[in-house]
Design a protein around this ligand. Structure first.
Ligand code: RNT
Ligand code: ZN
Length: 417
């Protein structure tokens, strides 16, 4: 039988690429797996609807209803995907003892002990997100930028509690915790004051960051956005606001979500722009269709391009990569797995690209050869290396994936009525 991996390895070797080495490297790169795909961004601390200008659509059966179900589904996803998974948890996923409840301003590390247990089981880290939505203290669509001081103070306390929890995660797991600040604060229609909310937002985030923490352990980020549902006219945490905030506050990272820009803007081009200034940056990887629709990440052109930029900028240790999407219209374990696997494919493809040679052609201004070589690279036997990656990581290949998911659906998910 012809060994397809062996043959692919020889072909890539001609381009100076050592596929064995690539497979060793890729499997150790942490990518954050977002807990919120499993239950449509519901969480465990409230009954109300999802707010904040984001929306999950679809009602495919089998949604996780309890921490046990969510964790079981997440473990299934981890078993279906190659690579290193870091956990990504939102504050609304606090796990309380029976009968216990505290509001978000009073959250403590102990409410996340089960997540630490899960992380330790997989020898991995945890990223964290204060939850500034789906809560009755969101006043008139505003949180940290509200004109009402009591509202701001509540959410500032929440942010500070989350810094303490992030530090606890980092200390317990031994991996830094990326803590992302995103709010849906904004207005549906044209505001009379665009500066006031931004000044209040700035002050509130500064107050959150005044909570003491170790910069090597906690990596606070600010995530920008262009608009949300019901807040179409004005977003407080716009691109310019968030980028400027991160640039002006030592230790604070900018976080780009590729669903949060105008449709002809691409995050792949923004990655090297930011890398020229920031020691570290963070990403939310999603798939927008016409807007921030949070479709499942696929192995599509822009996904490949983003991975390519991280790899060829030599920035795998400077970019925190996290998935962020939520599809409720298909099997959620499948949505989760396909997205994670697609990003793994994009990283693998980027690492199997002769980036140094292509760059040299650009620098020599041999753009004719650059185009021809770039096109040639597209038909190299990537799939054979991907299959080998699945094999060494002991996970299903693409053609085996559906069967595994169907089995889990039949045995576990279909019991959830
Ligand atoms: C929303 C942002 C944000 C959320 C998560 C749940 O548009 O992308 O990151 O998706 O915090
Ligand atoms: Zn996001």
């Amino acid at each position: 039988m012809c060994d397809r991996y062996q043959s692919a390895k020889e072909i890539y070797a001609k381009y100076g690429i050592d596929t064995d080495k690539v497979l060793q490297t890729i499997k150790s790169l942490p990518v954050s797996l977002h807990c919120w795909q499993g239950d449509d961004v519901t969480g465990f601390d409230h009954e109300g609807p999802l707010t904040g200008g984001i929306q999950t659509t679809g009602n495919y059966p089998g949604k996780a209803r309890t921490p046990e179900e969510l964790i079981a589904d997440m473990e299934k996803v981890m078993a279906l995907c190659p690579g290193t998974k870091k956990l990504n948890v939102h504050a609304c996923y606090a796990i309380f003892e029976k009968g216990e409840f505290v509001d978000r301003d009073k959250l403590e590390p102990k409410h996340f002990a089960k997540w630490v247990e899960l992380a330790k089981k997989y020898k991995t880290g945890i990223d964290f997100n204060p939850t500034f939505f789906s809560h009755d203290k969101v006043k008139d669509g505003l949180t940290l930028s509200s004109p009402d001081k009591a509202t701001r103070d509540f959410w500032i306390e929440h942010g500070k509690a989350c810094i303490r929890i992030s530090q606890y995660f980092a200390k317990e797991t031994g991996f830094p915790c990326v803590m992302n600040i995103w709010t849906g604060d904004g207005f549906k229609d044209i505001p009379a004051d665009r500066l006031g909310p931004r000044e209040r937002y700035k002050d509130s985030i500064e107050q959150i960051l005044s909570e003491p923490f170790d910069k090597n352990l906690v990596k606070p980020c600010v995530e920008s956005k262009v608009f949300g549902i019901g807040v179409e006219a004005y977003t407080v945490g716009s691109a310019e606001f968030s980028l400027s905030f991160a640039a002006m506050h030592d230790g604070c990272l900018p976080l780009m979500d590729n669903g949060h820009y105008h449709p002809t803007e691409v995050v792949s081009d923004k990655i090297p722009a930011l890398l020229a200034f920031f020691p570290e940056i963070a990403l939310h990887i999603t798939r927008p269709i016409r807007w921030d629709s949070d479709h499942v990440v696929l192995f599509d052109d822009e996904t490949k391009e983003m991975a390519k930029e991280i790899v060829r900028c030599n920035a795998l240790d400077r970019v925190y990569m996290a998935l962020d999407y939520f599809d409720a219209s298909i099997n959620r374990v499948s949505a989760w797995s396909v997205g994670f696997r697609s990003w793994q494919k994009a990283l693998l493809l980027a690492m199997l690209t002769p980036n140094a040679q292509l760059k040299q052609l650009q620098d020599e201004n041999n753009l004719t050869k650059l185009m021809i070589e770039s096109e040639a690279v597209k038909t190299l036997p990537f799939g054979d290396v991907w299959n080998k990656y699945c094999e060494i990581e002991n996970v299903p290949t693409d053609s085996e994936l559906y069967g595994e998911i169907a089995k889990y659906e039949q045995k576990i998910l279909s019991e959830r009525k």
